[in-house]
Ligand binder design. Structure first.
Ligand code: ADP
Ligand code: MG
Length: 694
């Protein structure tokens, strides 16, 4: 088997792999069908070439001729599609040529020695035509990125065409090293990268890797050849030397590979290596950073030291969350502060895509074109592009936590258009993730500081409440000593006001202290039915004007709950008082208690308590505020009743719920886990017991 035959086989296998890869690619691939057909045509040619060479039969020879026709057809179609042209004249010419070749190969003429020439001329002619058209497109290309890309394709195309043509020489009796099959395959591979929208710099990196592979393969081949040539005819020595060579190879391969890659990397991609080194150092530094200012300084310092950027800026979310401000930067920037409203398009894009590339945005704009349907999309892209330009950004990396955009880093290298390879983008993106967690941590630390501050204020307030209580008691006692009943009406009323208001102040203080005090309560079985009865009796005894009907409904077979009867009475009283307050025109107050299956504990019960009124209801707008301390809608209210009640219920293992319809009434309810004798203590009860004994 000659070299040409072998390289045709290899090319066929590679093309098959490429074709499958593109056909089943999940990523967006342009003109997938046309490209796959083109690869298929090239595959068919190489396969029939190989089979013809090894079998030398007339059948394969004719199929090889047919492959010329197929290739010409699919090649023309793919290029027409890619360049968005019709190629009408060329199509007609190709069809005529194809018809002629087909006539040739189905008749006896196909057996003649010159019959291989027309299909080759057809295929090469069409191929040449396509490359010329590509060259014309290159001259016209609007964007620079696009023109560079097409330029590469033209050069590659010319080379692959030239070698394919030279491949015909051996058939004419001239010996020439055959490279056409493999070079064309390489060219197809290059095309695949282009239509998959890989970036030019990545192609350069790919080239570097291929080069490293070639250098290594040559080194290996030299080693083997050296040892094996010296063997001569002796098979024993051949085996022995091969083993020696393999051992040597296995030992030195890894270090050799690393050395070659490092050397090539320094030679071809010195800047990437510098960037990688700087970012590596940054990564270690960031582990100890918790402060935002520090973070920004270090990131910018390292980027500057890498000499890979001419612009870099960090933006952070402002405290109020209404805008992003420039926290630091290298190089000029037209934006110091970006409002969340004005910058919405860019901010949304950042949040969604996390990494934004200016060139990708431009490419998408080209794709969208002047299509009327796509005009909202075009406007969006236009705005993103304008904002990236204003930020002097080729690349923007978002700091996203959950769905919150905490800030971003932009970089640009003014010296080249497509300045950063995907590998470099990956490196910076890695750092961005670390920055995000620094920003998150710094937020948490701020929040903890705030909480400490609040808890200190809380303690002070409790202390102050105690301090106020004593003089308050003295004021009330003094006012009572004045004996308002014995005074004349006006002065007596004044003193009454003093007494009433001190009472109210006292109530606020004691409820506040209830709320602020660490929770303490008994943990013994409580019969909620008895609690409900007691509260119903108490509320009935209060005289309401107009009258309020109080109904108590006690369900059967109630298990006890673990807790403190007085505290639970307090809760029900608070709820009932609120209910009565909500019915100034009178109505019905229903207190219910019943058992219910516990969905979280199979075979156990919950005891549910409901306090329902037929009052005015809670408007939607304030429902979320009910349990916030000091929230009240009443003139004389403290706003602490529900807050205290919620806390008590939560300590008993439940939660207060409000269900209300404005104008119809309100139901406040909670459910506590039922306790049966066999129950072991729940975690919360154990905690309560421990608190009590301590
Ligand atoms: P206060 O009773 O001192 O106002 P609460 O914490 O007990 O404080 O209640 C807070 C607020 O919730 C009340 O001011 C009232 O607006 C509302 N509210 C509570 N219970 C009801 C109810 N049953 N119907 C209507 N509104 C209610
Ligand atoms: Mg109340």
């Amino acid at each position: 088997m000659g070299i040409q035959t072998q390289s045709a086989l290899i090319a066929a296998i590679l093309l098959l792999a490429l074709g499958i890869n593109v056909a089943f690619q999940e990523r967006r691939v342009e003109h997938r069908a046309a490209f796959t057909a083109w690869v298929g045509g090239a595959f068919f040619y190489n396969l029939t070439f190989f089979l013809h060479a090894v079998s030398d039969s007339d059948f394969w020879r004719r199929l090889l001729m047919l492959s010329g026709v197929v290739f010409a057809q699919v090649c023309l179609r793919f290029f027409a599609r890619y360049l968005k042209r019709n190629f009408t004249a060329a199509r007609t010419a190709t069809n005529v040529g194809s018809a002629l070749v087909i006539v040739l190969l189905v008749t006896d003429l196909g057996a003649s020695s010159w019959a291989g020439i027309p299909p080759s001329v057809l295929a090469l002619g069409v191929y040449a035509y396509c490359i010329v058209r590509l060259y014309r497109a290159y001259r016209r290309a609007p964007a620079r990125v696009e023109s560079v890309r097409v330029g590469y394709l033209v050069v590659g195309g010319v080379i692959s065409w030239l070698f394919s043509a030279l491949d015909l020489l051996p058939a004419a009796g001239v010996t020439f090293p055959t490279l056409g099959h493999l070079l064309s395959t390489l060219y197809v591979y290059f095309w695949m990268q282009v239509i998959q929208r890989s970036r030019l710099l990545d192609l350069k990196e790919l080239l570097g890797r291929v080069l490293a592979l070639v250098i290594l393969s040559v080194a290996v081949a030299v080693l083997y050849t050296g040892l094996v040539v010296w063997v001569g005819e002796s098979y024993g020595l051949f085996f022995f030397n091969t083993i020696v060579a393999s051992v040597v190879l296995l030992l030195i391969l890894e270090p050799l590979k690393r050395a070659v890659e490092l050397w090539l990397g320094r030679l071809l991609f010195r800047e990437t290596y510098e960037l990688e080194a700087q970012l590596g150092r940054l990564r270690i530094e960031l582990a100890n950073v918790i402060n935002l200012g520090d973070l920004v300084d270090r990131v910018l310092k390292r980027l500057q030291a890498s000499r890979r950027v001419t612009h870099a800026h960090v933006f952070m979310l402002e405290a109020g969350g209404r805008a992003y401000f420039r926290a630091g930067g290298i190089g000029p920037c037209d934006v110091e502060r970006l409002d969340v409203v004005r910058g919405r398009t860019l901010l949304d894009a950042l949040r969604r895509e996390k990494v934004l590339l200016l060139e990708n945005v431009e490419q998408r704009l080209l794709d969208v074109g002047d299509d009327a349907e796509a005009s909202p999309e075009r406007e969006r892209l236009d705005e993103v592009r304008a904002q990236l330009e204003a930020l002097h950004a080729n690349l923007a990396f978002a700091f996203v936590s959950g769905d919150r955009l905490l800030g971003w880093l932009t970089v640009r290298d003014d010296r080249t258009r497509e300045a950063f390879s995907s590998a470099e983008i990956g490196l910076i993106a890695g750092i961005t993730a670390q920055c995000t967690s620094v920003v998150e941590n710094s937020e948490i630390i701020e929040r903890l500081k705030e909480r400490d501050r609040l808890s200190v204020i809380g303690e002070m307030a409790t202390g102050m409440a105690h301090e106020i209580r004593n003089p308050l008691g003295a004021i009330k006692a003094a006012a009572q000593l004045l004996d308002p009943g014995a005074m004349d009406t006006e002065e007596g009323e004044m003193v009454e006001v003093i007494i009433e208001e001190t009472d109210r102040l006292n109530l606020v203080l004691s409820q506040f202290l209830d709320y602020a005090r660490p929770f303490r309560g008994g943990a013994e079985p409580v019969d909620l039915a008895r609690v409900v009865e007691r509260v119903a009796t108490l509320v009935r005894a209060e005289d309401h004007e107009p009258p309020i009907e109080v109904v108590a409904r006690l369900g059967p077979e109630l298990p006890p709950v673990m807790g403190d009867a007085d505290q639970l009475t307090q809760v029900l009283l608070n709820l009932s008082r609120n209910a009565c307050d909500a019915m100034p025109e009178g109505g019905t107050l229903t207190l219910e208690v019943r058992r219910e299956r516990d969905p979280t504990r199979p075979g156990r019960w919950l005891v549910e308590v409901r306090v329902t009124d037929t009052g005015e209801g809670v408007p939607d707008g304030i429902r979320a505020n009910l349990f916030i301390p000091f929230f009240t809608t009443k003139k004389q209210g403290t706003g602490l009743g529900l807050a205290v009640s919620q806390r008590i219920v939560q300590h008993h293992g439940g939660a207060l719920h409000c269900d209300s319809t404005v104008g119809k009434g309100t139901t406040m309810s909670f459910a506590l886990p039922g306790h049966d004798a066999a129950d072991t203590l729940t975690g919360e009860h154990r905690r309560l017991l421990a608190a009590e004994t301590a």
